[in-house]
Design a protein around this ligand. Sequence first.
Ligand code: AMP
Length: 213
Amino acid sequence: MIVVLLGPPGSGKGTQAKRLWTERKWPQLSTGDMLRSAIQKGTKLGIQAKSFMDQGLLVPDNVVVDLIAERIELPDCRPGFVLDGFPRNILQAGVLDRMLEVRNQPVDRAVVFEISDEELVRRLSGRRTCVECGAMYHVESAAPKKPQLCDHCGHSLIQREDDKPEVIQKRLIVYHQQTEPLVEFYKKQNKLRCLDAKKKASDVTEALSEALQ
Ligand code: AMP
């Protein structure tokens, strides 16, 4: 099954994609994670992408399209995969459809995570991320056992550059302008399902599971 998770930053797509991996072994293809890993390794692509990401802007389409095109060729993607953070605009969605047409394996379902901007600002501004393993925490609702340290690997927690208040606002504007039109795009293809992403994570998992039936 090929699933697109749509929704603004902080709506919980990444958390749910990781659960789909744990429970169903569907690979999670997160362009945000791929870009952050390139930045950490200091590759040319990472250096190029960082300035866009730090400002809350989308990185150029060709960069993410190439990442996805390469990733879906790996054998673990043959039975299907979950796209988390891609496509992010109409152009990327069109390119994705054409890439999948060649494989004769279209997108089966697009699920949109619905949530208010106010809740997203609360979630993102309190979010802390482990520098080493990428585990996520929240200063209020999911605090680590020891302040500023990851429960899993003991490394430091940081606030991502793009989780700072001015950048959050920019990311939300970009989402509404460029990514939200994809809701209509997948509705027209009869592939869209919606879920209430404000609910607690376990309820969202249940709703997602229904949406994927
Ligand atoms: P995310 O972790 O999905 O919120 O992505 C973090 C940042 O990576 C975004 O704000 C963009 O700068 C960049 N990014 C991730 N996915 C894409 C994409 N499909 N197209 C363009 N930029 C992306």
